[in-house]
Design a protein around this ligand. Structure first.
Ligand code: ZN
Length: 196
């Protein structure tokens, strides 16, 4: 089947986003919502040269792919947390078991940002657009009650602050999430072009 090449959003709503460095991909949990039904999804990249099979189950997915000719099969746990009236899904990183919304393929394995050491702090530069996005994120997080030092810029609030309308909460929360996505993309293109 044809490639889900550059920048493609793959099959059946699942997302594989091509990054700026060849073979660096990000699986996003968002794409799996409603697709955890026992079917096997197949996505390809690099113009169809490589592909990944994903068997979905309610509480885990199984990834099948080749890395350096080596067949890799890996289970990735799926967890859900309650958010308002809905739920939010997470991958459990196969290495550290931390809940994460994205797994990155670097080298042979899909892991969370921390396990692949895709941290931003080691390559900070002044005037970076990420700083601007970071400030926007912090402002929204504060409004949403995520205050204090050391709040993860990727943290989202689970609970509505008192005195905030539910509608406002959802609106701000969605805003926060999309700026976080934007920062993530900026971060990745920055980081992967300046590997350090
Ligand atoms: Zn990890």
């Amino acid at each position: 089947m044809g490639g889900y090449g550059s920048g493609a959003y793959g099959l059946l709503g699942s997302k594989v986003r091509k990054r700026t460095v060849e073979e660096t991909f990000c699986l996003e949990i968002k794409g799996f919502k409603g697709n955890l039904n026992g079917r096997t999804l197949r996505m390809s990249w690099n113009n169809g040269e490589k592909s990944i099979g994903i068997k979905t189950n309610v509480d885990h997915i199984v990834l099948f792919y080749y890395a350096d000719e080596e067949p890799i099969k890996e289970n990735v746990g799926i967890e859900s947390t309650k958010v308002g009236f809905g739920e939010r899904l997470w991958f459990c990183c196969p290495e550290c078991d931390k809940k994460t919304a994205r797994l990155y393929l670097v080298g042979k394995y899909f892991r969370c940002r921390d396990c692949h050491q895709l941290t931003y702090s080691s390559c900070q530069e002044s005037g970076d657009p990420l700083d601007y996005l970071y400030l926007k994120i912090r402002r929204l997080q504060r409004k949403l009650g995520l205050d204090g030092k050391g709040v993860d810029p990727y943290a989202l609030p689970y609970f509505k602050p008192k005195n905030m309308h539910y509608k406002t909460f959802i609106k701000l929360r969605n805003q926060l999430e999309s700026i976080q996505d934007e920062r993530e993309r900026a971060f990745l293109s920055h980081h992967l072009n300046n590997w350090c």
